[in-house]
Design a protein. Structure first.
Length: 75
């Protein structure tokens, strides 16, 4: 039988832990935003989450952007 504390300490090192933590944070943020908007608060401004560049395609000017809301094409 494995040591309980050792096994429990290994949990945060796993990829699944990060995925679950991110999902939980997203649910809390979406819930808070819904309550904020329902109470008459101004919605938060859109934020760029991450910008991805594909090797070899940057020369063509093609980038893949991930954003909460769509952005206008950059020239």
């Amino acid at each position: 039988m494995r040591d309980y504390e050792k096994a429990f300490d290994e949990i945060p090192e796993r990829r699944e832990y990060d995925q679950a933590q991110n999902a939980l944070f997203s649910m809390v943020r979406v819930s808070f935003t819904a309550g904020w908007n329902a109470a008459g608060g101004n919605p938060p401004p859109p934020q760029k989450v991450i910008e991805l560049h594909h090797r070899g395609r940057d020369k063509l000017g093609v980038t893949i952007e991930t954003d909460i809301t769509p952005t206008e094409e950059k020239e």
